[in-house]
Ligand binder design. Sequence first.
Ligand code: HEM
Length: 123
Amino acid sequence: MSIIKSIHVLCALLSISGFIYRGILKLTRPEKLTQKWLKITPHIIDTVLLASAIYLVLASHYYPTLFNWVTVKIIALVLYIILGLFTLRFCKSQAGVLISFILALTTFSYIVFVARTKLIWFL
Ligand code: HEM
């Protein structure tokens, strides 16, 4: 595995771990979410994740075409970001937070499935 791919996978792991931590804080102790490091670190991790993704696309020549796994991964990433915003920012009720949290985790799992198999569907 190339070093950039390792960085990409490491950032993906850090990104989801941080999101799970913040999601649990939002559900249990939301006042803790205002800590400065919890606001800054995810931006740094996500920037490296995206930068490494762009590098991997260019280096591997796996370009996004009309509907291949790279395109689907980008769309799913946007969905994951939106669901993350709902979880941590927009949702006011516990039920709303919980539902968007679970949907974001499901979307993330799907992204990993697509990354590993290069399939966009389970068949
Ligand atoms: C949350 C977002 C993401 C996660 C969790 C993720 C996860 C992964 C994982 C686990 C791999 C390693 C797959 C393997 O070797 O078995 C990988 C590779 C890769 N990812 Fe991502 N990725 C994300 C975002 C993206 C995005 C947005 C793009 C494209 C714009 C992208 C492009 C690639 C490419 C081109 C590879 C290399 C594929 C290969 O050489 O086999 N990733 N990603």
